[in-house]
Each structure stands twice: as C-alpha cells, then as structure tokens.
Design a protein. Structure first.
Length: 230
C-alpha cells in the first residue's frame, strides 16, 4: 500500500503549482493549508484518467484516509469513472466519511448515476439523512444535478426543504439547490420561497443566487427580490 501511496503522492508533487496553492488555500478554510499540494483541476483529471488504467488505482482507493487534499480530489475523480453502478455506490459510501471540504464534495459526480436514477434515490435519501456535513451536501448536490429536469418531482424539493442544519456548507448547498430549481422549475418551486419554507439566511441566499442566474427572467428577478426577508 505504501508504495502505491508514495508513487501517487510523487506524481501529485510533480504537478505542483505553488502560486495556485497559495490562491486555492484561501478558498478552503476547512482544510489545513499544509495538506494542500497545489494541483490544478485539469491536471488532476488527466492524472485520474491515466491512473484508472493502472494497477495502482485500486490500492489507492482502498487506502483511506488520504494525507493530502489533492489525493482526495484524485480519489473523487477515480470514483467518477467507475462504470459498474453497485461498485460505484460502494466506493462513494466508503469515501464520503472522509470528505472534509466543499470542493472535493462538489467535484464528485459519477457518470454511471444518470443511468440508475430510480435506485439512486434510496442512496440520496440516506446521504441527506446523514449527520456528516459533506455527505448531506453530496446528497443534495445529486438531487440538484439529476432530478431538476425530466426526472423532477415535487417530493424532491420537499426533501431538501426538510433539512435543518447549522452548518454553513449544508445551508449553502440548500440555497444553491433552490436557486437552480427556480431556474429550471420556477412555478413549481416558487411556493417554497413565497411561504418562507427555508431558514432566513438560506432563503435570502437562494434568492440572491437565483437573481444572479441568466436563466431567470427580469420580471422573475424583481419578484424574487421582493420576497427577501429583511
């Protein structure tokens, strides 16, 4: 295990960009800056594609927790590429308890999920019912990504509106979900805002993010602004 870990860490340090590390560290207040190598996302994705075809990938996925932030992101990208749905769900469930920041959480979006939306809902509900900030955030993110278009159902914003949390990164994702839902399912989702179904901060943040969207009409934006809680 240590040989694979050393090999992958060395590959990551070979891609280090110190200027990017200094910039990105400021965006990650929940991550110890000494654990950030400084690797740009395109380089990480390219490395993940390369490693996915090698014997080093599987031992790396089995070695948790990782030491560096970029190892977690690399892990997320490797999980994304798993084609077998059951294997992918198992890998996601094994990894989520170790996700400790919004970026790693948000960048993981397994491609095979889109072909298994009916059974994915059970996992999403379990993730959202979790006590762990980034597991909840991941579950809401999956509802936002896969269930706001043809698969939309009113039960889904009800699930998100029912989440009660004092965690900033959970509430920000709730706001992001409702802003996106307003852009895609305006008439259906608007009552959640009109009836003030969300906590005040989350309510106002959802409106702010919706108003910033180019998919919301000028008239809709003006009405949403009027619904802000002062």
């Amino acid at each position: 295990m240590s040989n694979e870990r050393d090999y992958i860490q060395q590959r990551l340090f070979d891609l280090q960009d110190l200027e990017y590390r200094a910039f990105h560290s400021k965006l990650m207040p929940t991550v110890d800056s000494s654990k950030i190598i400084g690797v740009r996302t395109p380089a990480l994705r390219k490395l993940a594609k390369e490693l996915a075809k090698t014997p080093e990938a599987e031992p790396f996925l089995q070695t948790l927790p990782h030491e560096y932030y970029e190892e977690n992101n690399l892990h997320a990208f490797l999980v994304e590429g798993i084609k077998d749905y059951d294997e992918c769900i198992a890998s996601v469930n094994a990894f989520l308890p170790y996700v400790d920041n919004w970026a790693t959480c948000d960048m993981m979006s397994p491609k095979c999920f889109k072909n298994h939306l009916a059974e994915l809902l059970d996992s999403i509900k379990r993730w959202i019912a979790s006590d762990w900030t980034y597991t909840i955030r991941f579950g809401i993110g999956m509802l936002m990504k896969f269930y706001l278009d043809d698969e939309f159902d009113m039960a889904y914003p009800e699930i998100v509106a029912g989440v009660s949390s004092e965690e900033y990164y959970v509430n920000m994702m709730i706001a992001w979900y409702f802003a996106t839902a307003l852009a895609k399912q305006y008439d259906a989702v608007l009552p959640f805002i009109e009836e003030r179904r969300l906590e005040m901060w989350t309510h106002n943040k959802a409106i702010q993010k919706a108003v910033e969207s180019y998919r919301i009409t000028k008239e809709q934006k003006e009405y949403l602004k009027s619904l802000k809680i002062r």
